[in-house]
Structures are given as C-alpha cells and as structure tokens.
Design a protein around this ligand. Structure first.
Ligand code: IPE
Ligand code: IPE
Ligand code: MG
Ligand code: MG
Ligand code: MG
Length: 301
C-alpha cells in the first residue's frame, strides 16, 4: 500500500506542471496550477486512488493501466474538498494541517482551480487509451466519473448537506433516510466510481464490476459515517481539519442522530456487509480490499 501511495503521488505530481519544456507557464495559469497542486499533492490518505488500483488488480489488470484513472478520481476528490471548504459552503480554514486553498490563493483562484481539476480528471482518463484500454472501456469510465461529480453524486450530496443544516423531520426514520441518501451521494458515489473505474480499466466482467460496486458503496458510506464520528471525537491537531465543526454548524450527521457509539457500530456493520460482497472473488486477491475497508473503519484521521 505504501508503494502504491508513492506511485500515486509521483503520477499526481507529474500531472500538473509548473513549466512547459523549461519555460515557465503564463503567470495567471501558473497561479491556478499552484492552487491545484496545493490541494492535490501533499497530505491526503489516497483512499480513492488506492481503491481504484486494487480493484484493477483484483480483476487481473496491471496497476499502471489504472493509474491515470486513479489520479483522475483523486483530482475530483481534491476539487470537491476545495469547494467544500469555501466560505459559502463549510467555511473552513484548516485542511490536512494547512490553511485551506481559498485562505492561501483567494476564493476566485480556488474556484478556478477546482474547475480545472475536474476537467483535468476527464483528460487524464481519456489518455488511458494510450495504455491499451479500449475506447469503449474508457468511455464507460468517463461516464462513471461524470455521474459521480454531478447531481447523481457529489453535487446532490453537497446540496442535501447544506439544506440539511436547517431541516426538521417528522420522525427519526425520515431523518435517517435523508442522512443516508445525503452521505451516499456526497461521499459513497465517488468511492464507488473509484472501484468501478479501476475494474473497468482492468478488464473486469460486468458481474465483477457489480460486485465491486456493491462493496464500494458500503465502504463509501462507512467512510462518511466515520468522518462524522471523527469530527466529534478527535482534535483539530489529530484530524488536520477543524474538529467539532459539524456540531457548531448544525450539520446532520450519524452521531447527531444515533449517538457516537451507535454510529461506530453502524460503520462496523457496513464493513461486514462490504466484505460479504467480495465473496466469489479469489480469497487471496481480495486481501487488499479487505484491509482497505478495515483501515477506513479503524482510522484515526
Ligand atoms: C474528506 O475525505 C472528505 C470526505 C468525503 C469525508 P478524506 O478523509 O479522504 O480526505 P483526505 O484526502 O485524506 O485529506
Ligand atoms: C465532505 O463532507 C464531502 C465532500 C464531498 C467534500 P465533509 O464536509 O464532512 O468533509 P470534511 O469533514 O470537511 O472533510
Ligand atoms: Mg461539507
Ligand atoms: Mg467540510
Ligand atoms: Mg466531515
């Protein structure tokens, strides 16, 4: 996993240059590239690109075949973090132990950097054809990513998250239904896309892709449940982002609705469910995916 993270970091570093054939970029573009690199490069856990690579290998593909798509998924994630931290969204000033993107580059450049990361993600994925992936598979991967970004994924989740701050519910069942839908859209759909795109690039069958998709949906939801738990139970130093923020801003979260202990139990249940979806794959080959899911439920930041 450490080697994989190194390869991902190297590929990400190469994807956004600061000069072109030793000629520095045009100054306004250079500033946007610096802002893109600021959030994309250091400090992230790289859960999504890692999942993309191990899904590709699980179905018999080479790590290198899925690398552009893995980087693309991380670019979409970084773009979403930049937007999420803006003053008009979560208004956060700390991310990965550093000032947030807009605190350093200003809101205007931040928004441009976020947009540019999303378009670079598409460009990167399309380039997979040069690695021998068929255009049909590449198109399918781009379709998955588009779904994850828009109103079937991230955008819907973030809209629901913002609306949820001032929403009242008839009863706890309604509240839980809304919360799950919100978390699935804002986090799980991209985690799902990471696994699906990895399997598509690796030449997986439709059945294998479906199984991985179900696994990743559980992992993605579990990821956001744990993010909510950590927000309430850890310090800003430990998290590298402002702790206790969800409570202050009145966010709808799992600990808020069911308490911290029940939320942890729910995450563990999702982990077991995720593992069940991997039955049918070779038991040795699924070890990286089982470990990744375990890491997500036990993580400390
Ligand atoms: C944070 O994601 C945003 C959520 C969807 C909860 P990560 O916890 O994966 O952030 P990094 O990339 O490791 O900083
Ligand atoms: C963010 O959820 C989900 C995204 C799509 C970025 P949060 O708002 O809980 O993420 P953090 O806690 O700021 O990382
Ligand atoms: Mg948010
Ligand atoms: Mg946030
Ligand atoms: Mg959070």
């Amino acid at each position: 996993m450490k080697n994989k993270a190194k390869s991902i970091n190297k590929a990400l570093d190469n994807s956004i240059p600061l000069c072109n054939n030793f000629v520095p970029l045009w100054e306004p573009v250079l500033e946007v590239h610096k802002a893109m690199r600021y959030t994309l490069l250091p400090g992230g856990k790289r859960v999504r690109p890692m999942l993309c690579l191990v899904a590709c290998e699980l179905v018999g593909g080479q790590e290198s075949t899925a690398m552009p798509a893995a980087c693309a998924v991380e670019m979409i994630h970084a773009a979403s973090l930049i937007l999420d931290d803006l003053p008009c969204m979560d208004d956060d000033s700390l991310r990965r132990g550093k000032p947030t993107n807009h605190k350093v580059f200003g809101e205007k450049t931040s928004i441009l950097a976020s947009n540019a990361l999303r378009s670079l993600a598409v460009k990167q994925t399309l380039a997979s054809t040069s690695l021998g992936v068929t255009s049909e598979r590449v198109l399918r991967a781009v379709q998955e990513m588009a779904r994850a970004v828009g109103t079937e994924g991230l955008v819907a989740g973030q809209a629901a998250d913002l609306a949820g701050e001032r929403m009242s519910f008839k009863n706890e069942d309604d509240e839980l239904r809304y919360l799950e839908l919100m978390h699935v859209h804002k986090t799980a759909v991209l985690v799902e896309a990471a696994a699906v795109v990895g399997a598509i690039m690796g030449g997986g069958s439709d059945e294998e892709i479906e199984r991985l998709k179900s696994y990743a949906r559980c992992v993605g939801l579990m990821f956001q449940v744990m993010d909510d738990v950590l927000d309430e139970t850890k310090s800003s130093e430990e998290l590298g982002k402002t702790a206790g923020k969800d409570l202050i801003t009145g966010k709808l979260t799992y600990p808020k609705v069911m308490g911290v202990d029940n939320a942890r139990e729910y995450a563990k249940r999702l982990n077991r469910e995720a593992q069940e979806h991997l039955q049918g794959f070779d038991s040795d080959k699924v070890v990286p995916l089982l470990s990744l899911a375990d890491y997500i439920v036990k993580r400390q930041n």
